[in-house]
Write a protein that binds this ligand. Structure first.
Ligand code: ADP
Length: 547
């Protein structure tokens, strides 16, 4: 046996470990969910890689095994997954790939106790949850396709070791040396109830080692492992739907909407999809692709099949089809018309759900919009097929009161002779409300949409019009104002600016294109504006990205 190599954790990991261990004390049982989820992911991965490289193929009886060793005060979690090499052990369990540890820490400290567990699941630091219950963790892993094995070992206090080891088959064993106040996690009944709660939907068999009364040891099935989406709707309780949603989204909220249906015809598939209520805290940093899980006859295939457009990427769930072979390869996934048909049908169904919800008068949709509207609006920019439909349910802040409004509502309030939907874009709502650009519009009772999401700088031009009403930035609309009378004529009485304008032009020189008197302002003396070139907000966005 070789000597242990000493390694230090990256600074982030040290801080993070502290946070996870201390902030989540009351939810310690989720360590098991995280470790079992990792084991299932690793098994999925090996199955998929084994399709194209038979040397990596899974054994037929692949499973996830949980074995409490009461007298040794150890809990062992084993899998037949892809395993990790020496370097992967150091990398995956010793550093943090994603940025934003500090942001995570701040969120965690600020979050209510009941919201904290969802943060660690979302952040992808699940493995470290092991240190909530263990004062030492040994991970022995053999990569599928390799002969050597290594043991990663740490007390979670800043350093870890890597030691050459042996394992008769590929896969990973995680040995938790339990803290003295965590020994109840060695009880079978406790473990069984945690698995029921968190891991019932994992499709790999999970076994729990139990000691019978006569002293014999038995590996007993611990999860149902049935694909919930394959059951008839009438047999599924709302609680089961919620638990499945939480499992697949690694979330803790209730779903806002649940969509479960079976499609037959040219393509046969079952889908179980959810609209979330809460927005994951690092949502805008996540990949822009949809992560809907694709299954073929219950077998997980991939979460990279792009089953929904990017602007629906907050939707969670699974699609399971009969119309692809179980050994479908990546290349085939890209080429097959089956996926295109499923994509189309699933997108349509989600769109219908969102449209139906948008018609409900309750506050639910507005709350949903506050969380995901900025993503949905990306569809106004990039999805020509659905652009008008999205515009139909989109919500906006406007100069008319504080409530969110639809474009149809805006149109119903238009002035006589108004055929343009006016908008103003900027960085934040309060600044927009106070903008001098709005003065001439206020004075004439013309409503203006106030757009403060970054994507707002782009889509109005693409959408162009809604119900034959052109969208136009107030920045380009001063010519329109002359068509409307003000409520208060004296405010626009032309001041004598005959000498001021040339003087300003001279003073500002090439810094501006022109200086003009305007009817747009009522209270402010001057406003800076642009014509012809991109909208001001767009200019700012481009500057920020270094263009
Ligand atoms: P996440 O699972 O969200 O990526 P974790 O901290 O739980 O974050 O795990 C970090 C990484 O370690 C995983 O992405 C995976 O690559 C690797 N890993 C963890 N557990 C296992 C396992 N049982 N088998 C193989 N790889 C694993």
């Amino acid at each position: 046996q070789g000597q242990p190599e000493q390694h230090e954790f990256s600074a982030e990991v040290g801080r993070l470990l502290d946070l996870v261990v201390h902030a989540l004390y009351s939810d310690r049982e989720i360590f098991l969910r995280e470790l079992v989820a990792n084991a299932a992911d690793a098994t999925d991965k090996r199955r998929f890689e084994g399709l194209t490289n038979s040397a990596l193929a899974l054994p037929e009886n692949a499973s996830i095994r949980i074995a409490p060793e009461k007298d040794k005060k150890e809990l062992v979690i084993s899998d037949d997954g892809v395993g990790m090499t020496h370097d992967e052990l150091a990398q995956n369990l010793g550093t943090i790939a994603r940025s934003g540890t500090r942001a995570f820490g701040e969120k965690l400290n600020a979050a209510k106790a009941e919201d904290r567990p969802s943060l660690i699941g979302q952040f992808g630091v699940g493995f470290y949850a092991a240190f909530m219950v263990a004062d030492r963790v040994d991970v022995t892993s053999r990569k599928a396709g390799a002969d050597e094995a290594w043991t990663w070992s740490s007390d979670g206090k800043g350093a870890f070791t890597l030691t050459p080891s042996t394992r008769s088959t590929p896969g990973t064993d995680i040995v938790l040396h339990m803290k003295s106040d965590a020994e109840d996690f060695l009880d079978s009944w406790r473990l069984r109830s945690i698995i029921r709660k968190w891991a019932d939907h994992i499709s790999w068999p999970i076994t729990l080692r139990e000691v019978n009364e006569d002293g014999t040891v038995e590996e007993k099935a611990a999860n149902e492992g049935t694909a919930l989406w394959r059951k008839p709707k009438a047999e599924i309780t709302p609680e089961q739907y919620t638990e499945f949603y939480r499992h697949i989204a690694r979330a803790f909220d209730e779903p806002y909407a649940t969509m479960h249906w079976h499609a037959e015809g040219t393509t046969e598939f079952t889908a179980l999809l959810f609209l979330p209520n809460a927005r994951p805290f690092d949502f805008m940093e996540q990949s822009r692709e949809s992560k809907i899980h694709l299954h073929v006859r219950r077998m997980f295939i991939t979460d990279e099949a792009d089953l929904l457009p990017n602007w629906m990427r907050f939707v969670q769930g699974v699609v399971d089809t009969e119309d692809l072979p179980l050994n479908v390869s990546r290349e085939m996934l890209q080429a097959t018309p089956v996926l295109a048909r499923i994509r189309k049908a699933v997108t349509k169904r989600v769109l219908t759900e969102i449209k139906t919800r948008a018609k409900d008068a309750d506050a639910g949709f507005n709350a949903f919009w506050e969380n995901f509207g900025a993503v949905l609006k990306e569809g106004l920019w990039e999805d020509s097929e659905h652009r008008q439909e999205i515009a139909g349910f989109a919500r906006f802040h406007t100069t008319h009161g504080d409530d969110l409004t639809t474009l149809d509502d805006y149109i119903s309030r238009m002035k006589d002779g108004q055929d343009v939907i006016y908008f103003l874009t900027g960085d934040n709502l309060d600044a927009l409300k106070a903008s001098a650009q709005l003065e001439g519009f206020h004075a004439r009772g013309l409503e203006v949409l106030l757009l403060s999401d970054p994507v707002d700088a782009f889509w109005p031009e693409r959408l162009h019009s809604y119900n034959d009403k052109t969208l136009r930035s107030v920045v380009y609309s001063h010519g329109d104002l002359e068509k409307f009378s003000t409520d208060n004529e004296e405010t626009v009485e032309a001041a004598n600016v005959d000498t001021l304008v040339p003087a300003l032009k001279e003073a500002l020189g090439d810094a501006v294109k022109d200086v003009r008197s305007t009817v747009r302002l009522t209270n402010s003396a001057v406003v800076i504006t642009s014509e012809g070139g991109p909208d001001l907000a767009m200019q700012r966005l481009m500057r920020r990205s270094g263009q």
